[in-house]
Design a protein around this ligand. Structure first.
Ligand SMILES: Nc1ncnc2c1ncn2[C@@H]1O[C@H](COP(=O)(O)OP(=O)(O)OP(=O)(O)O)[C@@H](O)[C@H]1O
Length: 447
């Protein structure tokens, strides 16, 4: 079984030896600090389950440093002092359930205390301890045990066996692509290709070529033939992500091939017959997109034989914490680590809205895993959208009199940089459509 970590810092050599010789200590994973090492910073760094500390002097600054440690609420601290009055130690004792034994130390009592500590940890929930396993249900690529997720699994299973076109509707990062992959895996086409294309990220000039392919020499720059996604996905599933981001004037091309099953390569005369199952996705409300003329109504009816709504993460109850632990368990396994998470960090995760859904949660955990040495604390849980936490992110940052175009260009370039060139994510972060982003990149001559 996993042993609890114990930090021992006792300067008196004979006392230190007699504590180390105590049988009860064998039940712990003990780190004994050399006499001069600063035990407070070590405590903060290693976050042990229990610490046995000999305190000779305990200054105001020691008190300040220790009282700021979040770990203090989660661990058992056993102090051993000479018994000389010390107001800083008195103040410390008011911070929580800290043991304070005076010299000469009764080793029997220390041993009993450590036994109690072990017992109480055995009874405690695994939170704050090792996160080695995921306890969530899974269907295909999707993970989650909440009732909205189980409902989704049932719908997917049912529709997968049909040939119906599916329109997946859900917020960004909620798992629409995983739903599409899961439908494909559960369908009779599972041995054929699954091809995904982000409709918002195709340059409007290349839409025909990307969808249907082109022959060599079909246009300037077409120095070799290219297979379009309909050909690549032949026999399998074509996933049209962000379909409402495709310029409306081009959507008719999709509609045509969906209605007739026929298409022509750019520069080619032959008619090709497509055999693909179409799954499309959008993070917009389709009705609003139709009203705003970013989605053709006839294309909507073609795509949405079977609409599926993916619930936002905030509606998945205990899946939020479950997924966080799942991602930690995975990181632990991948990096052969045994990082743990504190209750306070779990609370922070549970009480946040996750506007970027599972993607944001996954990134947040990956970041926390890097930031934490051994124990993931609340301060390591940093959301991707800090501007939601402050009223106005730019207040006071933009100097007076800067041309608006310059501010806009800087915002675009920096966000694009931050997203490693991902235009869809950049457009989302900036609150504009991908099409508008392309127009602005052209305007500002950003490559
Ligand atoms: N239920 C889930 N279980 C495990 N991982 C998930 C789940 N949902 C989403 N993810 C993870 O979150 C990230 C985003 O998922 P995905 O790309 O499927 O979302 P999306 O809704 O298609 O996003 P976008 O609208 O930005 O295209 C991926 O890393 C995916 O693996």
């Amino acid at each position: 079984m996993h042993k609890l970590s114990l930090l021992l810092s006792v300067q008196n050599e004979s006392l230190r030896q007699s504590i180390l010789n105590n049988n009860e200590l064998n039940q712990f994973d003990v780190t004994a600090l050399p006499a001069q090492q600063d035990w407070i910073s070590q405590l903060a760094k290693t976050c042990p389950a229990v610490a046995v500390i000999g305190v000779n002097e305990f200054s105001e600054s020691d008190y300040q440093a220790l009282s700021k440690l979040e770990i203090l609420n989660e661990m058992d601290l056993i102090l051993i002092s000479s018994g000389l009055p010390n107001t800083n130690l008195d103040k410390l004792m008011q911070l929580g359930a800290i043991f304070h034994y005076r010299m000469p130390l009764d080793l029997e009592i220390l041993s009993e205390t450590l036994q109690d500590v072990r017992q109480s940890h055995l009874l405690k929930s695994p939170v704050g301890q090792k996160v080695a396993t995921s306890d969530l249900d899974q269907f295909g690529q999707l993970i989650g045990s909440s009732s909205p997720m189980h409902k989704l699994y049932r719908i997917i299973r049912r529709v997968a066996k049909t040939e119906a076109s599916v329109l997946i509707i859900g917020e960004s990062g909620s798992g629409k692509e995983l739903v599409a992959q899961t439908i494909h895996q559960a369908s009779d086409r599972s041995n054929e290709p699954f091809v995904a294309i982000n409709c918002g990220a195709i340059s409007p000039d290349l839409i025909d070529s990307e969808l249907f392919g082109h022959n060599k020499g079909a246009f300037t720059g077409a120095d070799k033939p290219h297979q379009g996604v309909f050909k690549q996905a032949q026999g399998g599933t074509l996933f049209l992500d962000e379909v409402t981001e495709m310029p409306i004037e081009h959507q008719v091309k999709l509609l045509r091939v969906l209605e007739t099953g026929e298409y022509r390569r750019v520069g080619g005369q032959n008619v090709h017959l497509s055999d693909v199952r179409i799954i499309a996705a959008t993070n917009r409300d389709p009705q609003t997109a139709i009203e705003e003329q970013t989605l053709r109504e006839d294309l909507y009816f073609r795509l949405a034989h079977f609409p599926i709504t993916v619930p936002p993460l905030k509606d998945r109850g205990s899946d939020i914490v479950g997924l966080a632990k799942h991602f930690i368990a995975h990181q632990n396994a991948q990096e052969t680590k045994a990082k743990t998470i504190l209750d306070s960090a779990i609370d922070k995760i549970a009480n946040y809205d996750w506007p970027g859904n599972v993607r944001e949660l996954k990134h947040t955990i990956e970041r926390a895993f890097i930031l934490a040495d051994e124990v993931i604390k609340a301060e390591h849980i940093i959301s991707e959208t800090p501007f939601l936490e402050t009223q106005n992110a730019t207040e006071g940052l933009v100097p007076v009199g800067i041309p608006l175009t310059e501010i806009e260009k800087t915002a675009i370039v920096n966000t694009l940089d931050n997203n490693e060139g991902n235009k869809t994510k950049t457009a989302q972060d900036l609150g504009i459509s991908v099409k508008t982003l392309y127009n602005k990149l052209d305007k500002y001559e950003v490559p």
